[in-house]
Design a protein around this ligand. Structure first.
Ligand code: FBP
Length: 362
């Protein structure tokens, strides 16, 4: 059978072909990413019909941060858990919706990896039909014993073995990396399969957009304020302004900027000096997207340094985030170095784990 001009490459086939490069590969990896692809299909089936079924709107329950949980949040959380709890591929899991480690039921048996996931990012956008997403990352278990531990979860981003996200937008796409480039697959609802549509994604050298909640400008530190003026071509050498785009769903903003070039930023501020760390979660959001952006030729920082070098101190740790074209993120770091020493004085002890986050304060 000769190779046709247009090969239909499913996500299963692509991962399998990638694994062929590693003779010692056992296929476990392939299956773990297949598990996430199946979970994504089940969640996509609900998101695309969200307006018709009784799945939109809030439940009357709150998560550990006192945030009202959306029905779709819980559905997605449960779906990812159920696709992964019995496979003997994982030793533990952690979800943004749960305060603590999620154990694998011992009767299923344990594997050599741990999975971290944000079941539904941008959940405030569900009811208004804007893009939402799922974010996941996988670390190799390194502690002794069968059961995965908090140490296995709290590893630096540079030790990740895989990361990905699913965007539920005009089409459903799954984008992943195992450290061998970034690849995107579009779900063909007709056949229920993710098909390779974006191979070897590289962030374009010429950035087009910046994404930030401009409504928070009042609270920005002097360096961040000047930096955004620089992005707008007002401050500094007066280059052409970048376009401003902000969906309010990080996966949606990240995906656009990955394909078109640009930067997503959610800075920390001194509005409340005991919380200088912004909103984004290191373990469930920033690490995975930083790993993908780095694989696509970009960079991610918390303003003080590489997100992938941060040694995590708690599961729900938050980080300021600057994520996109390397030169744009490095510029942010230089503005913060030059104008935000007061903010760094408050943030660095937290980054080092000296001031653990009081979870219940939200
Ligand atoms: P959740 O983890 O609660 O979904 O919050 C993350 C998020 O929704 C991101 O997707 C998005 O970029 C950001 O919060 C929007 O926050 P804000 O409304 O403060 O701009």
């Amino acid at each position: 059978m000769t190779q046709g001009k247009h090969r239909l490459v499913t996500i299963e086939r692509h991962i399998f072909e990638q694994q062929q490069r590693f003779p010692q590969a056992t296929g476990t990896f392939t299956k773990m990413l297949q598990d996430m692809a199946l979970a994504a299909k089940i969640i996509a089936n609900q998101t695309t019909r969200a307006g018709l079924t009784n799945i939109i709107g809030a439940t009357d329950t709150e998560n550990v941060f006192g945030e009202r949980q959306q029905k779709l949040d819980l559905f997605a959380d449960r779906t990812i858990y159920e696709m992964n709890d019995h496979t003997r591929r994982l030793a533990a899991m952690a979800s943004e919706e749960h305060e603590d480690i999620i154990d694998i039921p011992p009767h299923y048996g344990f594997g050599n990896y741990v999975l971290l996931y944000d079941p539904l990012d941008g959940s405030s956008n569900i009811d208004v039909n804007a893009s939402i997403g799922t974010i996941f990352s996988i670390h190799r278990k390194y502690t002794r014993g069968e059961r995965g531990t908090m140490e296995d979860l709290l590893q630096e981003g540079k030790r990740l073995v895989a990361a990905g996200y699913v965007i539920y937008g005009s089409s459903t796409m799954m984008v992943y990396t195992t450290g061998q480039g970034v690849h995107g697959f579009t779900l063909d609802p007709g056949i229920g399969e993710f098909i390779l549509s974006h191979e070897n994604i590289r962030v374009p050298d010429q950035p087009k957009y910046y994404s930030v909640n401009q409504g928070n400008e009042k609270y920005w530190t002097p360096g961040v304020r000047r930096y955004v003026k620089w992005l707008q071509g007002i401050e500094g050498e007066g280059h052409d302004p970048l376009g401003h785009r902000y969906i309010g769903s990080m996966v949606g903003d990240f995906h656009r900027n990955l394909l078109r070039g640009g930067i997503f930023l959610y800075p920390g501020d001194l509005q409340d000096k005991s919380k200088p760390y912004g909103k984004i979660r290191l373990m469930f959001e920033a690490q995975a997207l930083a790993f993908i952006m780095e694989q696509a030729g970009g960079y991610a920082s918390d303003g003080a340094g590489d997100i992938l070098d941060i040694r995590p101190h708690s599961l729900h740790q938050r980080v300021p985030l600057f994520l996109g074209n390397t030169d744009l993120v490095r510029k942010a770091e230089s503005y913060i170095r030059d104008y935000d020493q007061e903010w760094l004085v408050h943030y660095l002890p937290y980054r080092r784990g000296e001031k653990p986050e009081k979870v219940k304060q939200g």
